[in-house]
Design a protein around this ligand. Sequence first.
Ligand code: VAH
Length: 319
Amino acid sequence: KVLVTGSLGQIGSELVYRLRQDNGMDSVIATDIRTIEGSPVCEEGIFEVLDVTDYDKFLELAKKYEVDTIIHLAALLSATAEARPAFAWNLNMTGLMNGLEIARELNTKFFAPSSIAAYGPNSQSDNTPQDDIMRPTTMYGVTKVAGELLADYYHTKYGVDTRSVRFPGLISYKVEPGGGTTDYAVDIYYEALKSGSYKSFIAEGTSMDMMYMDDAIEAIVKLMNADADRLVHRNAFNITAMAFTPEEIAASIKKVMPEFEMGYDVDPIRQGIAESWPNSIDATCAKDEWDFAPKFDLDGMTKEMLEKLTVKLKAEGKI
Ligand code: VAH
């Protein structure tokens, strides 16, 4: 059984759906700090309210359901963390430490995502290698590097089976992301359909790694099922499907919606965060050690997003 924290989030909601599909409705203990009326995450299968900073409750649930894997997704993303750095450190690191301690005590597998945000301005900018200098200048990035070091420590010192990936920006249509810097690449699809235009808060020419959510979910499942003997790295593997700038995703949308108009209203805070991250990272180790193989490129993602969002926004009466 798998316990998932942050199950109502952008990644959690899709991962819970996939794991319930793969292994049965009662194979997943979905948890989040809140409930959402009508969400299938809460209303189908097993759902428990959990604040991951509450060690006793976290341990109680892991024991009650005799979980063998913990997938810890509850955390603040980059822009939110930058606005509330002390709170972000406490949530991101206390939650992670609790999860690792419980994984050690109950001998479970453990996954908590890192991010391209773990790199900083003096990391190699293009095609950043798996093992490069990591001195991020955002609180989010600091929690991601600290998280990677903690997870590797629990593997080396206690033998806990910890595994992780450095996610790029994730694009999806089911549940909107919250508080990320790459969220412009999700917002643009909603606005293209709702208003036919979008004002990007990230400037032209700013390249960042991105991936469609289906590839991200497949990556988590594939890594957690990979043969441990093949893993040279553990926390955390670079993964990416593409890297693009705002004008490039706009051009991709224009191929489907020629009238779409792109504008810019740059947010200096999120632009500053974006500029501290790599333009593109290298995912060779993930491909070599556990056969990572993303399926969606930019035009494939644009086609899927516009099709699925049209259905969703029509059902919600928004277009
Ligand atoms: C963010 N979507 O923008 C997340 C992610 C690489 C970006 O970490 O904070």
